[in-house]
Ligand binder design. Structure first.
Ligand SMILES: [Zn+2]
Ligand SMILES: [Zn+2]
Ligand SMILES: [Zn+2]
Length: 460
């Protein structure tokens, strides 16, 4: 059944043709302007709608899980009419006024999206995070499980809860994901990978757990140490071993710092031995043998965004040589050079090169084969420089030591020469700043601000 179209509101993209699939109770109070088709909650296979909405429904969370599990809707834009336990993890926001701005961004990205994830879950996650801008992978606290935390999207995709943190760590190592917030730290047993641990303090001599706090006294006359209780007599304190009367602390006796005693072997001690007992299998572990895992909220890094957007092959600036560093490393190095330059009257330049029409090129204007060649040619230029970093999806920064502003042209010309070899015009944006400069405390902000306000260098 189709709900009649409402009047179009002033929107910037053509949403009239949008196919909206609707589950559960319909809600037409919000202007939609698209073609709404009611869907059955038990028919969620092979859905091909642009947008899905889940209305009031008693099993909304199960439905969300089922939709994410299906390859056809694993990455879809799904709205819910009211928040539920899982909606923050599996849906993409509330169905409310302005929903079409979210939809517009999603559909635009879907057009640009070049990655073919297939069955590869790593690429699927990168695609998900990129197709839904601003979304992050949020852990869900699940105290009833032995893992304590779960990433519902990964669970829907069939990744075992016990392996999720390790899987995410591997993606972080590859440089595609980054932790955006450290949510918690959990310790797991090395035997069963369980957080159900019982921390036991025991006697360091005989490992018996029957220990207790006890105040002891130490007789200076004979060296006897025993519980304070055994020294207490009606007349005051006296040693049960040598019968000496103890009057002054520090002169006749003192209190040893060992304030715990084993009731099994009678040893007195300061610190009990602590071990962690796995409640699943009863194995005892030293604390340093436990697996410590950070539970984080994850988002895409720049490299992850590039990969999702441009696909594996068309990654123009990223098949770099060893001279590419992170933006913060680059800024550290440039800042250090800046300090030296001030002291020794040196002169360095920083050049920013940006491909202004990369969206057009990667969006289909250029054949894949030609894109690969362009990538190789760019990388060949990058390898001839000393230090560089990628600072936007389509741009690089180069540090050119001992290079005056006018000599920057040599590198600029290499990029300009590229233009002759390709069928599609390449539009580069070149900007440079010179060191030494007064950069203030935050070098990175200074650099990005200065580049933004610098005059683009001429192409000829
Ligand atoms: Zn165990
Ligand atoms: Zn004594
Ligand atoms: Zn003991």
């Amino acid at each position: 059944m189709s709900v009649p179209l409402q009047d179009a509101s002033p929107m910037t993209f053509n949403h009239q043709n949008l196919q909206i699939g609707w589950f559960g109770e319909p809600d037409i109070s919000i202007q939609h302007g698209g073609d709404i088709q009611m869907l059955c909650t038990d028919e969620y296979q092979d859905i091909r709608h642009d947008i899905l909405v889940i209305g009031a429904h008693p099993h909304a969370d199960e439905l969300l899980m089922a939709l994410r599990r299906e390859p056809a809707t694993a990455l879809s834009l799904i709205f819910v009419t009211s928040a539920s336990a899982m909606s923050a993890h599996l849906a993409n926001g509330l169905w409310q006024q302005g929903w079409y701005q979210t939809a517009e961004m999603f559909l635009q990205r879907q057009q640009l999206w070049q990655l073919e994830p297939g069955d590869n879950l790593e690429l699927r996650l990168l695609s998900y995070l990129w197709l839904h801008p601003g979304s992050t992978l949020e852990p869900l606290k699940t105290p009833a499980t032995a893992q304590l935390y779960d990433y519902p999207l990964l669970t829907a995709w069939g990744i075992e809860q016990s392996g999720q943190i390790g899987w995410l760590n591997a993606l972080t190592q590859k440089g595609w994901l980054e932790s955006q917030q450290l949510v918690n730290r959990v310790r797991y047993s090395p035997c069963c990978h369980s957080s159900r641990l019982n921390y036991l303090d025991s006697c360091p001599a005989c490992q018996d757990i029957n220990i207790q706090l006890q105040t002891s006294l130490h007789c200076f006359n004979c060296g006897h140490i025993a519980s304070e209780q055994s020294f207490r007599k009606q007349t005051g304190l006296s040693c049960p071993n040598c019968y000496q009367t103890l009057r002054h602390i520090g002169v006749d006796y003192d209190r040893p710092i060992e304030n715990q005693q084993c009731l099994h072997c009678k040893t007195l001690f300061v610190d009990a031995a602590v071990s962690a007992q796995c409640l699943e299998c009863n194995t005892s572990h030293e604390l340093q043998d436990l697996i410590v895992s950070n539970v984080c909220r994850y988002g895409l890094t720049l490299a992850g965004q590039l990969l999702a957007r441009q696909g594996v092959v068309a990654n123009l600036f990223t098949d770099y040589g060893g001279n590419q560093m992170s933006l913060s490393q680059f800024c550290w190095l440039a800042n250090w050079q800046n300090q030296l330059a001030k002291r020794h009257q040196h002169c360095h330049s920083i050049l920013a090169v940006k491909l202004a029409n990369d969206e057009q090129l990667c969006g289909g204007a250029m054949q894949l084969k030609e894109l690969e060649i362009l990538q190789q040619r760019i990388c060949a230029i990058v390898r001839t420089t000393d230090a560089c970093t990628q600072y936007t999806e389509a741009g690089m920064l180069f540090l050119l030591p001992f290079t005056q502003a006018h000599s920057v042209r040599t590198l600029v010309n290499k990029f300009i020469e590229l233009k002759q070899s390709f069928s599609v015009p390449l539009y580069f944006d070149f900007r440079s700043v010179s060191l030494p400069a007064d950069t203030g405390l935050n070098f990175q902000s200074w650099l990005l601000d200065s580049l933004a306000s610098a005059k683009p260098l001429g192409h000829e």
